[in-house]
Design a protein around this ligand. Structure first.
Ligand SMILES: Nc1ncnc2c1ncn2[C@@H]1O[C@H](COP(=O)(O)OP(=O)(O)OP(=O)(O)O)[C@@H](O)[C@H]1O
Ligand SMILES: [Mg+2]
Length: 353
């Protein structure tokens, strides 16, 4: 027992009682020490239990971490599966659009061929007829005044011959121009279609942009002024028809985003050994919370029947196949810029696709 405590107890007790107290205090002390040992034992076993609990907790945490990692691996796998699925969707959509474009181009090519050739012949005939007419008119002036000359004059006035002679040439020129335009569209459709699908060739992306612009001109021309800011861009080893598909999706999206009138700016250039094609619009922009979803297959904010929501996911797949990426910056109310970034030298794996 603590000497201080013993002194206190003795002080409060009568001396004769305190005399016999020694044994009693020893007994109490012994009992205390005994209890103390028991308490130590309990404490020790509680320590052991708590150690055991801690180690079990650590095991549980380890299992949780392993589960979490497994979940992340599964998510990555699902993403890879989704990407593969996108590629499949893309090739199916590309194949059908390509077939359609190639079919239409082929069907138009034939008639436009003979219309063009006939127009050339017609132009020759008309020139000859006009020459003959000029000869008749020269003779007409030599005719004596009288009924024949009057009748010819009336006939000429009634059929507006002077105007016809001028307009016939203009009509033929305009028609020729129209045929050239149709020919160009057919050529664009051919370039655009997948005649070269699967073939990696060196191509000038600016040419691809131009032929794509011709194809989508109708969708754009009433909505936006197209500004070209083409910088230097070396020929790139790529699948041109597929990249044209990307440009088409981006251009049509840009036009759709513009309510009323706006501007679409197309920029090309090289930054840090990477080719860049930017398509910027002054459209309605994309809210920040949707920026992560726009590349998801079937994500669309367009009404049913207008958008399938596949354009960007397919584009993403195509650009990835080229070892590149698509970046997007958008400011709601101001506009959006999509940037296709492609390595100047595609990864070797793409050679085998
Ligand atoms: N330039 C843009 N400006 C604003 N929103 C855009 C732009 N481009 C894409 N978006 C948004 O991203 C969504 C997905 O685009 P995506 O091209 O994948 O599909 P879509 O245009 O809706 O349909 P489609 O399959 O016909 O292309 C669009 O519905 C639109 O909300
Ligand atoms: Mg689209």
């Amino acid at each position: 027992m603590h000497p201080l405590l013993e002194r206190q107890i003795r002080k409060h007790l009568a001396p004769e009682v305190a005399e016999g107290l020694g044994d009693f205090l020893n007994a109490v002390d012994h009992a205390y020490r005994h209890t103390d040992a028991a308490r130590h034992l309990v404490e020790r076993s509680m320590d052991l239990m708590s150690e055991e609990l801690n180690s079990r907790l650590e095991e549980k945490l380890d299992t949780e971490a392993a589960l979490k990692q497994e979940k992340q691996e599964q998510e990555a796998l699902i993403k890879r599966l989704e990407a593969a699925h996108n590629q499949l969707l893309q090739s199916e959509k590309m194949a059908s659009i390509g077939q359609l474009a190639a079919g239409v181009a082929h069907e138009i090519n034939n008639p436009i061929g003979y219309v063009g050739s006939n127009l050339g012949t017609l132009r020759g005939y008309v020139d000859r007829l006009l020459n003959v007419l000029a000869a008749f008119e020269a003779i007409e002036r030599e005719l004596p005044e009288g009924s024949v000359r009057d009748r010819l004059a009336t006939l000429k006035a009634e059929s507006d011959l002077t105007y016809l002679k001028i307009d016939i040439s203009e009509l033929l020129a305009e028609t020729g121009d129209g045929i050239s335009r149709v020919r160009r569209i057919v050529q664009d459709l051919k370039d655009f279609s997948h005649a070269d699908q699967g073939e990696w060739v060196l191509a000038d992306l600016r040419k691809g942009l131009e032929s794509t612009l011709n194809v989508v001109n109708n969708e754009i021309k009433y909505k936006a002024r197209v500004v070209r800011e083409y910088g230097e861009l070396p020929a790139l080893r790529c699948l041109p028809a597929q990249l044209n598909q990307v440009f088409m999706n981006l251009l049509i999206n840009a036009a759709h985003a513009i309510e009323g009138q706006g501007t679409i700016t197309i920029r090309t250039g090289v930054v840090n050994e990477e080719a860049r094609v930017e398509i910027a619009d002054t459209g309605k922009g994309i809210p920040a919370h949707l920026l992560t979803r726009i590349f998801d297959p079937f994500f669309t904010t367009k009404p049913v029947g207008v958008g399938t929501g596949l354009g960007l996911s397919i584009s993403w797949g195509i650009v990835q196949k080229h070892g590149g990426r698509i970046e997007v910056e958008s400011e709601p109310g101001r506009g959006t810029t999509f940037r296709v970034v492609l390595p100047l030298h595609p990864p070797p794996s793409s050679d085998h696709e």
